[in-house]
Design a protein. Structure first.
Length: 405
């Protein structure tokens, strides 16, 4: 008797994207750092500051008060209210709590939104460079990711004409991230106006990942939801991970029109049932009593950005793009004549500095590396010194030899 093989759904294998391999080097660097303090880890976007003490104490008090049972599926009413108030202030328009659906982190919120707006045969536009998990999130819905590059000779800019040409009748959503991870790009307000008009006209959702919106430098973030017409077609993904140093707490939300929010609640019932109430209690304190934390982190990352840019100024073979927000710096290494994964691996092996190859974020930035601003300024300056030393060695090697290593 022949026993048939057990099958795995096609969508499971479709979620294994090439971008996932970029984290293998990060894992290697983390293992090296356990025994070697000279390793400078600049890969994972984890805020290196501690969660505010008031937030930690609120979580402990909630646990001791017995807040360890199920919470309402959509989220605890007090947290939804606090999140709605915070969004109202940031977006400068009234946001009601019925539009807030709570999830364990922005990644889960994004995954759930995609499940509700796209399906087999649909298309979702990814603005490239795009965060490494986005393609897998789209694939999990059954839809196909259509990449539209933001890169041009000057840096990165939203090209509406190119985007519209890529938008077929099967397009259901445009997924954007501003400030962008990894480039630090802020999409301009006039471009967002045109994007909202285009998506409304075509019946396409805008899914705006705004987890870095409070961490901008020279100019403020603008959300498509805050623009005329944007409220009806925009879903905002937000969290406290980056703005309040709460990555490990896993608390985020989707801000959606009520009709979509109802479907998100149904999905949350099937996949999560609820987000822990003691975490939501702590998050309420973060939103209401620690509003200054985002400003503190913004100032820290701006100083670190400036220190790294100074350290890499006129670095041979390395072209740095100046970020407008977030916690990363993107740098082209094309002039060194070596693929970015090779650059990242050899930099770690020879100089003990860990960065992420741009191949994780799309073909248009395959010649770049992402450098995290997740270490103190002194360590970033040391990392820049080592990158410069590595680049100076490589620039002296004939390009053909470097390519064939």
């Amino acid at each position: 008797m022949r026993i048939p093989p057990l099958r795995v759904a096609k969508r499971a294998s479709s979620m294994t994207q090439a971008a996932g391999t970029a984290w293998e080097l990060s894992d290697l660097a983390a293992r090296m750092a356990l025994t070697d303090p000279e390793v400078i880890q600049l890969t994972v976007g984890d805020v290196d500051q501690d969660t505010p003490a008031s937030v930690i104490e609120a979580g402990i008090a909630s646990l001791r008060a017995g807040r360890t049972h199920y919470a309402p599926i959509a989220g605890d009413p007090e947290f939804r209210t606090a999140a709605a108030q915070a969004c109202s202030e940031r977006l400068e328009r009234t946001v009601t709590s019925d539009r807030i659906v709570v999830f364990p982190g922005a990644q889960c919120a994004l995954f759930s939104v995609m499940q509700c707006v796209a399906e087999q045969g649909d298309e979702v536009i990814l603005l490239e460079p795009s965060y490494a998990t986005y393609e897998a999130v789209v694939a999990a819905s059954g839809a196909r990711a259509v990449r539209v590059s933001l890169r041009n000779d000057d840096g990165f800019k939203l090209d509406l004409e190119r985007l519209e040409r890529a938008m077929s009748d099967r397009c259901r959503a445009v997924l954007l991230n501003s400030p962008n991870n990894p480039s630090g790009l802020l999409i301009a307000e006039d471009e967002l106006h045109r994007l909202v008009e285009l998506c409304r006209r075509r019946g396409v959702w805008i899914i705006a990942d705004e987890v870095y919106a409070r961490l901008t430098f020279e100019r403020s973030h603008v959300s498509p939801l805050s623009l005329p017409g944007g409220e009806d077609c925009t879903v905002v993904i937000d969290s406290l991970s980056k703005s309040h140093a709460m990555t490990g707490w896993r608390i985020g939300w989707a801000l959606a029109p009520p009709s979509l929010a109802a479907h998100l609640i149904d999905l949350a019932q099937a996949e999560l049932f609820s987000t822990p109430p003691f975490i939501q209690d702590a998050a309420v304190v973060a939103l209401r009593r620690e509003q200054g934390m985002a400003q503190t982190l913004r100032d820290i990352f701006r100083r670190r950005r400036d220190a790294l840019l100074h350290g890499l100024r006129d670095c041979p073979g390395v072209r740095v793009f100046v970020p407008e927000g977030g916690m990363f710096v993107l740098a082209s290494v094309q002039a060194l004549g070596m693929p970015s994964p090779q650059f990242a691996r050899q930099l770690l092996e020879q100089e003990k500095v860990a960065v992420i190859a741009g191949t994780a974020f799309g073909a248009s930035v395959a010649d770049t590396v992402r450098i995290g601003l997740t270490q103190p300024e002194s360590r970033l300056l040391e990392a820049a010194r080592r990158i410069r030393r590595f680049a100076e060695r490589e620039i002296l090697v004939p390009r053909g030899k470097s390519e064939n290593i």
